[in-house]
Design a protein around this ligand. Structure first.
Ligand code: SF4
Ligand code: FES
Length: 257
């Protein structure tokens, strides 16, 4: 199969980017999109040109590293990770447009590679539980209903790819943050820090420059893990409760003075 490629090239975070056009020929229909880029990069290296930078790790749809906007849709139209897109999904001779995930909070590092460390800082702000060391409690000592287990697992499968942010017209990270807080908040192990955790993660999300949610739903549409937008409702609810807790504690302090 032959393809025309329009690819975003940007030398460094500070440089102005520009579109470059390439043609690739004789690509096996069973090749993945990333394998096609490998083939193109081998050619560019042979021709003395800098290869196209792009992120990946597992290439199995697990790690969330790969981040390509394919024909204007983060990860492409099939709701899978970029590494799971195959050349047979395109028409022979078709033009394919490849650009990085676009969001203020995800600066371009080079070409198609972006810096998603803002996500790490949101998780560092509260995406963990504090545990005391000592003998492990018997697992059944903390009964959890199958429904709650399912809710936690449905949120825990977020792989932190960032497509939700790139698809959102506001560059919002509410789906990601909602998934990362919900999977801890609904379980007994995450309950003690539930509201502090939520407030810290939301505050970090805002500090990183992610936008707010206006319920457009684009995030859910592109998420390769099918995270439900209902985690955003959970995030809103827990954040509101955390604000009430803060207000009450401030009032308590004022009364005590
Ligand atoms: S919520 Fe979905 S789209 Fe967003 S980071 Fe997690 S897996 Fe990726
Ligand atoms: S490279 Fe790991 S999910 Fe795509």
């Amino acid at each position: 199969m032959d393809f025309k490629l329009k690819v975003w090239r940007q030398d460094s975070p500070e440089a102005d980017g520009e579109w470059a056009r390439y043609e690739v020929e004789d690509i096996n229909s069973g090749a993945s999109l990333l394998e096609m880029l490998d083939i193109l990069n081998e050619r560019l290296i042979t021709e003395g040109e800098r290869p196209i930078a792009f992120d990946y790790d597992c290439r199995e749809g697990i790690c969330g590293s790969c981040a390509l906007t394919i024909n204007s849709v983060p990860h492409g139209p099939r709701q899978v990770t970029s590494c799971q897109v195959f050349m047979r999904e395109f028409e022979d001779g078709q033009e394919i447009v490849l650009e990085p995930f676009r969001a203020t909070a995800f600066p371009v590092v080079q070409d198609l590679a972006i810096d998603r460390s803002a996500f790490d800082r949101v998780v560092e702000a509260g995406g963990y539980i504090s545990v005391t060391s000592g003998p492990k409690p018997e697992p059944n000592a903390n009964p959890v209903s199958p429904e709650i287990q399912q809710d936690a697992m449905d949120a825990a499968i977020c792989i932190g790819c960032g497509a939700c942010v790139a698809a959102c017209p506001n560059g919002s990270a509410m789906l990601f943050t909602g998934a990362k807080s919900t999977h801890l908040n609904v379980l007994p192990q995450g309950e003690p820090e539930r509201y502090d955790r939520t407030a810290r993660m939301v505050e970090q999300m805002d500090a990183e420059g992610f936008g707010g949610c206006t319920n457009t739903g684009e995030c859910e549409y592109v998420c390769p893990q099918e995270i439900s937008i209902k985690v955003i409702g959970e995030l809103y609810r827990d954040y509101r409760t955390s604000m009430i807790h803060r207000l009450r504690s401030r009032r308590g302090d004022m009364k005590a003075q």
